[in-house]
Ligand binder design. Structure first.
Ligand code: NDP
Length: 269
């Protein structure tokens, strides 16, 4: 995949994902497939933006007549500073992932994409969740889960951050990764990217619980492999990626997103 610097963003594209690193992103494939399925003459590209240059990059893209941008790691907080309008949820979780450049406006579709991806995968009476991690995506997901009625425990490598997030959203901070009693065990950490293991005592997990890893790749992550070996249901980050992208496209363009075409474009990546 071509990755552009923001100073050299192609003039024939209208949409982009910005991040650092960005070469792993599946968003260009997914959104270009959506535009093709909708017969829209748009192009979506990946743009590398170093930390500290997000405002300059967004201004340059707006001047170059780009319409919309997705924001990924590590810029979801920095990008808020460029927006003139963000909704209450973005302010609360300090995380924006979708920007309309013409309106200088930003929303967060990660949380709704995540909740949507749970439908049909957890039982209606499932209400207890353990979240591992307290970073940017955890902030959005924790708030969304508590609002959705889940009793949430949060564990994080840096315990102070788990305590701070738990207190902000009405969850409980825990020091041990203990899946006992949880219907849903969500890994929001980037431990795997760094080759680290989370050492979950899976033998304590409830039969039928769902293990959810926000990460995705060609192979299941060690977190999901271990959970599957203990007969748990598993889901990786792809369904959430598709849904957050579909919601972003619908917000930009006001049309229904072709989810099947988006899924087909990145399945078996
Ligand atoms: P952040 O950098 O904001 O947070 C990272 C979290 O991981 C922190 O809680 C950090 O703990 C923890 N962590 C990092 N390294 C380790 C380690 N070696 N051991 C244990 N914990 C560790 O990242 P994001 O929240 O933005 O993203 C997290 C993951 O979610 C990434 O893999 C990202 O790709 C994925 N993601 C997927 C999406 C999708 O659509 N599927 C959407 C958004 C994110 P500490 O506080 O101690 O530093």
């Amino acid at each position: 995949m071509n990755v552009y610097s923001w100073q050299e963003a192609p003039s024939d594209a209208q949409f982009a994902v910005i991040g650092d690193p960005i070469d792993h992103s599946l968003s260009p494939q997914m959104h270009n497939a959506a535009f093709a399925a909708l017969n829209l003459p748009y192009r979506y590209v990946a743009i590398q933006v170093p930390t500290g240059e997000v405002k300059a990059a967004l201004s340059k893209l707006a001047e170059s007549n780009y319409r919309g941008v997705n924001v990924t790691v590590p810029h979801k907080e920095e990008a808020i500073g460029w927006c003139m309008h963000v909704d209450g949820f973005v302010q609360e979780v300090r995380s924006v992932n979708t920007i309309d450049l013409r309106r200088h406006s930003g929303i967060n579709t990660d949380a709704d994409g995540f909740l949507e991806s749970l439908i049909g995968r957890v039982g209606a009476d499932s209400r207890s969740a353990l979240m591992i991690g307290a970073g940017g995506s955890a902030r959005a997901l924790a708030r969304a889960l508590v609002r959705d009625g889940w009793e949430l425990r949060i564990q994080n490598r840096t315990p102070e951050k788990a305590a701070e997030l738990a207190s902000a959203v009405g969850a409980k901070a825990v020091t041990e990764v203990d899946p006992t009693g949880a219907d849903l065990i969500v890994n929001t950490t980037s431990a795997w990217l760094q080759g680290d293991s989370l050492a979950v005592p899976w033998e304590k997990a409830k039969p039928g619980a769902l293990a959810y890893d926000l990460a995705y790749g060609a192979e299941p992550t060690p977190f999901l492999k271990e959970a599957a070996a203990h007969n748990l249901s598993t889901i990786d980050g792809l369904p959430m990626l598709i849904e957050q992208g579909a919601l972003a496209l619908e917000w930009w363009l006001g049309v229904s997103a072709p989810r099947d075409a988006m899924r087909a474009a990145i399945d078996g990546r």
